[in-house]
Design a protein around this ligand. Structure first.
Ligand SMILES: [Fe+2]
Length: 227
């Protein structure tokens, strides 16, 4: 769906949701299959036509792998098929950039989208000192790195547009969280996404959905933003 209306403050495309934690059992996202399916249906009702699920892979606490992630994807897919819901879906991951990732890249053990995009994030405390190396090596291997929610990093608050321009120069695409528009992550993230929007820096808008509460906020924002 192309969100467009002359009175709307923000216009962006969100047919393909490329960042969410809707696969159950894996991380700090949804906890049950029922919750996963219910939230997916609500996103479909908002206009989402395609899902890329991105469970966390972070050392040492959330070391999901292909086995656990594709297993959960299969369960969700089968359940939706049984209910007669047909929607394209795939699983990749959201990698918190750290040394462990260099080894995974070396082993070609990376969860990417069908388009070979790899979602990466910094921790919220400090930028990853491995980021440049990881981005370089991903690109060397034919992957497209995508930086998740730059507007949320406190160490980017000083000039998020400049930091994103630097990341783009290094070869990253930029993905922002729709909920940042609402102030859900705080005033700085809200101001940050507004600046990125104005500068036209974001490649992708995504939900980064984890739970029911975020779904309600998303529904509120999207439904009051479109006719
Ligand atoms: Fe996420």
């Amino acid at each position: 769906m192309n969100w467009f209306h002359k009175q709307r403050k923000y216009v962006f495309e969100w047919k393909h949701d490329r960042h969410s934690h809707l696969l159950p059992y894996l991380d700090d996202g949804v906890k049950t299959l029922d919750e996963s399916v219910a939230l997916m249906k609500r996103m479909i009702a908002l206009g989402v036509e395609r899902f890329t699920f991105t469970p966390h892979i972070a050392f040492p606490n959330m070391m999901n792998d292909k086995h656990s992630i594709y297993g959960a994807l299969l369960i969700v897919r089968k359940h939706l098929e049984k209910e007669g819901v047909s929607v394209p879906m795939e699983a990749a991951a959201e990698y918190r950039m750290g040394e462990f990732m260099l080894e995974l890249i070396e082993r070609d053990d990376i969860l990417a989208t069908a388009d070979k995009e790899v979602l990466v994030e910094h921790s919220f405390f400090a930028p990853s000192c491995y980021a440049d190396d990881i981005i370089c090596k991903l690109i060397e291997k034919g992957y497209q790195p995508v930086l998740a929610h730059p507007e949320r990093y406190p160490f980017y608050y000083d000039d998020v547009v400049k930091h994103c321009a630097e990341m783009k120069h290094k070869g990253c695409k930029i993905q922002v969280n729709i909920l940042s528009f609402t102030g859900y992550y705080g005033k700085e993230a809200q101001q940050g996404i507004a600046r990125l929007y104005k500068a036209g820096v974001a490649d992708y808008y995504a939900s980064d959905l984890h739970n029911e509460r975020q779904m309600e906020m998303l529904e509120h924002f999207i439904t009051r933003s479109v006719l």
